[in-house]
Design a protein around this ligand. Structure first.
Ligand code: SF4
Length: 353
């Protein structure tokens, strides 16, 4: 006799997956640098500050032999390499590393280094630098640390831009943190330009391609969404901007989640539209797990909100290029089988928005 199992039908749900999402070229490069350094020099390698702002990445690298410190003074005398994080460091840090005879590898994202150069260029041209960014963020500390303290002022808000009193309003230049909200930053720049018409922009845009692309995808996906989840960390600036943006665009609930366990599954109901993206430091394995759990719990209709195809790649430094990087080395962040990935390079695998 056959037993009939009465299964409750799964609730319907639309999952809008943003592309681009997750890792940018600068984060990918920084993680590769740690992985390759471990392969080339063996454990331990020391990393100053979280290499990128993601606990999964940091824990994965710790398991492989990386030791994370906040300051170089925590590292004992060693011949092993010391790596600086993707966010960039003040000029004093490599100088300190040299004093301590450390071999260091600078994993600063090339686009952050570009902002450093623009800030220095303003100064060389006799301008006081206004850095638009968030106080205390390592990237801001690193950029301000390229200049003497009286050569740069931090502007965090439109109010700051309104109150700032320069010594010479005809000798000002600005740069911004790479991971800000494009729209919020525009408000601050507009205010500065209105007050100081002679202020000079950087020769190249400071907000990076990855920030802009991820924000554009959110703009496409968030309208009408009942829930919007951004995979990332609370100290990840670009991730927090994505959460804010999803709300501003119209998602009813938008929330930062570190992984699938932080999704409030009980709040998601029949017919809901759920948006999903990830900050630039969040690995794809975490997104894969979330999608798998959605599919297990719900009858999912997948939509892709694709706004750009990214093909940027930043090479690691010359000294690591003779060490081979294979897919298995990055499996802990990228997952195993990329052929089935619902990523920006596979928009034909599901209905687009
Ligand atoms: S978010 Fe932009 S600036 Fe930051 S690491 Fe990625 S590419 Fe570089």
């Amino acid at each position: 006799m056959e037993h009939q199992v009465n299964q409750t039908p799964k609730q319907h749900l639309t999952l809008r997956l943003c592309g681009p999402r997750g890792f940018c070229a600068g984060v990918d490069r920084a993680i590769q640098i740690v992985v390759l350094a471990l392969k080339k020099y063996g454990a331990p390698v020391y990393v100053r500050h979280e290499i990128v702002h993601n606990a999964h990445v940091v824990e994965g690298l710790k398991e492989r032999g990386a030791i994370f410190v906040e300051e170089l003074s925590e590292i004992p005398p060693t011949d092993q390499p010391v790596i600086f994080s993707a966010h960039g460091v003040p000029k004093s840090v490599p100088a300190d590393a040299e004093r301590r005879n450390f071999v260091y590898l600078d994993a600063t994202c090339p686009l952050v280094s570009k902002v450093h150069k623009q800030a220095v260029r303003h100064t060389r041209l006799g301008r006081h630098v206004l850095l638009i960014g968030h106080n205390g963020h390592p990237e801001v500390i690193g950029t301000m640390g390229q200049l003497a303290s009286d050569q740069v002022s931090l502007i965090e808000t439109v109010e700051d831009a309104d109150k700032f009193q320069p010594e010479d309003s005809n000798a000002l230049g600005f740069v911004t943190q790479t991971t800000l909200s494009v729209d919020d930053t525009k408000g601050i720049i507009d205010k500065l330009k209105q007050r100081f018409p002679a202020i000079e922009a950087p020769a190249a845009e400071s907000i990076c391609y990855a920030t802009t692309n991820r924000q554009n995808a959110i703009k496409k996906a968030a309208r009408g969404a009942d829930h919007f989840f951004i995979v990332g960390a609370p100290n990840s600036s670009n991730s927090m901007r994505l959460v804010e943006m999803a709300s501003q665009i119209g998602a009813k609930n938008s929330k930062l989640v570190r992984n699938a366990s932080e999704i409030p599954w009980d709040d998601i109901g029949e017919g809901n539209i759920v948006g999903l993206s990830a900050g630039a430091s969040a690995p794809e394995v975490l997104i894969d797990e979330i999608i798998a759990e959605f599919k297990q719990k719900y009858d999912v209709k997948l939509e892709l909100a694709i706004t750009a195809i990214e093909d940027e790649e930043f090479q690691v430094m010359r000294s690591l290029r003779d060490t081979e990087l294979v897919a298995a080395d990055m499996e802990f962040v990228n997952g195993r089988d990329k052929s089935g990935d619902l990523g920006v390079n596979a928009p034909s695998k599901a209905g687009g928005l």
